[in-house]
Design a binder for this molecule. Structure first.
Ligand SMILES: O=C(O)C1=C[C@@H](OP(=O)(O)O)[C@@H](O)[C@H](O)C1
Ligand SMILES: C=C(OP(=O)(O)O)C(=O)O
Length: 446
C-alpha cells in the first residue's frame, strides 16, 4: 500500500547453519479477505480470530469501512465487524486504495457490481499493470459499467447495477478471484447465479458463503468440472471465524527446512485445503520429508501441523493440472528445483505472468543472477538443479514489488555460497509481515 516507506529496504541472506524449532505462520490471506467482506455484508457482529494483518488484507478492511462497515481490532487481536447487510453498501467518498492486492480489487469489484453505487479503484505500480478484463467482462454482463485505464487496468471507476442480472458463466481462466467476484455479485442479484469451473480453484468463497448462510450448491461432474449455484438476495448471518495459517506463507519455511542440511522444523496450524495443498504433494514427490500431524478441522477448513525434515530432492516435471492448487507457490518451488538433483520442467503456468510481477520472467532473471542455469519458456521454465551444492549467490535480485519473489530468493540465500541480496524487502509486508522474525526464530538468520 502507499504506507510503504519511501526508500527500498535491501537485505542479504547468507548460508544458514541449520533451521530448527516450531513456528506458526500468519492467517490465510484468501480467507482473511473473505472474512472481512462477508462479515461486512452480514447484519450483526462477526468476530475474526487469526486475521492476517498484512497490507493486502488491511486494504480490504479500509475499503469495507469506506462502504459502511464498522471494523475494529481489539487489544487481543480479535477483529469485530458490524456489517451493513447485503444490498446496503454505501458509496465510498474517496477512491479505494487497493495497494498491491489483486484479490481485494477483483472481489470488491464483484461486490460493487450489484450495488447501485460508484467506486474508483486505485493501486500501486504493480497492481496497475494487472489485467482486469477478466472481471470487467463478466461484471458488465451483470449490468455494471466501467471506465478503465488503457488495457482494462487500474485506475478504474465502476458503477454497479441494482437490480443486477444473474449470470450463468463458464470461467475462461482458472481463477478463484474471477469465480469469487461473480459469486459476490450474485449475493445481491435476484435469481440464480451459476458459475461453471472446468478446472477447480481454491474454494474458500464457496465454503464461507455457505458458512454465512447463503443458499449455495456445488455439483462436481465426472470430469471434475464444478458447477456452483448461488441463490441471490441472500441474507448473511454473522459468524465467529478462526482463520487457519496460510499454506502459501508456510511454503517458505517449509522449503528452507527441506534445503538446509540437518534442519527439522515444525510449522503449526497450516491450512491444508486440497485446493491449496499442491506444493506439499510436489515437494514429497521430489523426495521431501513432510509429515502432517494433529490433522483437524478449524473454521470449516482442514488444518494440520507440518514436521519438515531436510531431504535430498530430485527434479520434477509436474502436471500443469495441479497449477491452481499451488499457484502462488511456484516461485519458491523453483528455488527447491534449483537445489535439487537433476532437471525440473514446469509448464502450463501462463497465469504466473500476470501476478504481482511476471513471475516466470522475474524468477528466470533472478535465478540466473545467482548462478542457476534456466531456460525460460512461454508458459514455464526449465531449471537445472545444483544437486544439493550451494547456489553461487549474488544479486541484488529485482523483486518488482512482488512479495513472493523477495521471500523465494531469501530462501535461496540460506543455501548459497556468497549470499543473495534482495533489492527491496518491503513488499513482504503485504502477505507475511513476520517473515524475517520467523526466520530468526528458526535460527536461519541472525
Ligand atoms: O482468490 C484468491 O484469494 C486468490 C486467488 C489466486 O489468484 P487468481 O484467481 O488470479 O488465480 C491467488 O493467486 C491469489 O493470491 C489469491
Ligand atoms: C497473487 C497474489 O495475490 P493477489 O492476486 O491478491 O495480489 C499472491 O499473493 O501471490
Amino acid at each position: 500500500m502507499t504506507s510503504h516507506n519511501d526508500q527500498p529496504s535491501p537485505m542479504t541472506f547468507t548460508a544458514a547453519p541449520v533451521l530448527s524449532g516450531a513456528v506458526a505462520v500468519p492467517g490465510d490471506k484468501s480467507i482473511s479477505h473473505r472474512s472481512l467482506m462477508l462479515s461486512a455484508l452480514a447484519v450483526g457482529e462477526s468476530r475474526v480470530e487469526g486475521l492476517l494483518e498484512g497490507e493486502d488484507v488491511l486494504a480490504t478492511a479500509a475499503a469495507m469501512r469506506a462502504m459502511g462497515a464498522d471494523i475494529q481490532r481489539d487489544d487481543d487481536g480479535i477483529w469485530h465487524i458490524h456489517g451493513v447487510g447485503v444490498g446496503s453498501l454505501l458509496q465510498p467518498l474517496q477512491a479505494l486504495d487497493m495497494g498491491n492486492s489483486g484479490t481485494s480489487t477483483r472481489l470488491l469489484m464483484g461486490l460493487v457490481a450489484s450495488h447501485g453505487i460508484t467506486a474508483t479503484f486505485v493501486g500501486d505500480a504493480s497492481l496497475s499493470k494487472r489485467p482486469m478484463a477478466r472481471v470487467t467482462e463478466p461484471l458488465s454482463r451483470v449490468g455494471a459499467s466501467f471506465t478503465t485505464s488503457p488495457g482494462d487496468r487500474l485506475p478504474l471507476t465502476m458503477t454497479g447495477a441494482c437490480p443486477a442480472v444473474p449470470l450463468d458463466y463458464t470461467l475462461p481462466v482458472a481463477s478463484a478471484q474471477v469465480k469469487s467476484a461473480i459469486l459476490l455479485a450474485g449475493l445481491n442479484t435476484p435469481g440464480i447465479t451459476r458459475v461453471v469451473e472446468p478446472i477447480p480453484t481454491r474454494d474458500h468463497s464457496e465454503r464461507m458463503l455457505k458458512g454465512f448462510g447463503a443458499d449455495l450448491d456445488v455439483e462436481v461432474q465426472a470430469d471434475g468440472t464444478r458447477i456452483i449455484t448461488l441463490k441471490g438476495e441472500a441474507e448473511l448471518k454473522p459468524q465467529n471465524i478462526v482463520v487457519p495459517g496460510d499454506p502459501s506463507s508456510a511454503a517458505f519455511p517449509m522449503v528452507a527446512a527441506l534445503l538446509v542440511p540437518g534442519s527439522q522444523v515444525t510449522i503449526s496450524n497450516v491450512g491444508l485445503n486440497a485446493t491449496r495443498a499442491g506444493l506439499i504433494d510436489l515437494l514429497r514427490e521430489m523426495g521431501g520429508s513432510i509429515e502432517i500431524i494433529n490433522a483437524r478441522e478449524v473454521g470449516g477448513e482442514p488444518v494440520g501441523d507440518l514436521v519438515v525434515t531436510a531431504s535430498a530432492l530430485n527434479g520434477v516435471e509436474p502436471d500443469p493440472a495441479r497449477a491452481p492448487s499451488m499457484i502462488d507457490e511456484y516461485p519458491v518451488a523453483f528455488i527447491a528445483a534449483a537445489f535439487a538433483h537433476g532437471r525440473s520442467i514446469f509448464r502450463g503456468l501462463d497465469e504466473l505472468r500476470v501476478k504481482e510481477s511476471d513471475r516466470i520472467a522475474t524468477m528466470a532473471t533472478g535465478l540466473r543472477a545467482i548462478g542457476v542455469t534456466v531456460e525460460e519458456l512461454e508458459d514455464g521454465i526449465i531449471i537445472e538443479g545444483s544437486g544439493g551444492q550451494p547456489l553461487p549467490g549474488g544479486g541484488p535480485i529485482a523483486t518488482k514489488l512482488d512479495h513472493r519473489i523477495a521471500m523465494s530468493f531469501a530462501v535461496a540465500g540460506l543455501v548459497s555460497r556468497d549470499g543473495v541480496t534482495i533489492d527491496d524487502m518491503r513488499p513482504v509486508a503485504t502477505s507475511f509481515p513476520t517473515f524475517t522474525t520467523l526466520l530468526q526464530t528458526l535460527g536461519a538468520i541472525a
